[in-house]
Design a protein around this ligand. Structure first.
Ligand code: FES
Length: 112
């Protein structure tokens, strides 16, 4: 069995956040999250977690999550909470969710 270079004893994270980084060409029938700034938002969230010293949360780019019209699409597990985010938004409540599981009601993805 290999020794984990970060000293972890078992695989997994307390929370796992996927942010869609999919990009479609201009004039596509559906919008895409990268074109709305998802890849600028993602490092802001990662940096905020680093500044808080939180290493038990994984934040990563995903492919299309298929809720493109409600992007920037994001989902956090294990809660299975879907958010509609925006580039430049106040990420305080999202960081709170990642830290302690508190759902950010104002950022929930809502379908019509
Ligand atoms: S492009 Fe982001 S959910 Fe489809």
């Amino acid at each position: 069995m290999a020794v984990d270079p970060k000293g972890r004893k078992e695989p997994g994270y307390d929370r796992h956040m996927f942010i869609c980084g999919h990009e479609r060409p201009p004039n596509s029938a559906r919008p895409s999250c990268k074109n709305q700034g998802s890849l600028e938002l993602l490092p802001r969230i990662k940096q905020a977690l680093r500044e808080e010293g939180i290493s038990s949360v994984r934040v990563q780019k995903s492919g299309c999550l298929d809720f493109c019209e409600n992007g920037i699409s994001c989902v956090i597990y294990p809660e299975g909470t879907w958010y509609q985010l925006s580039n430049g938004m106040d990420i305080t409540s999202i960081i709170d969710h990642l830290k302690n599981g508190t759902i950010s009601q104002t950022n929930l993805m809502k379908l019509e």
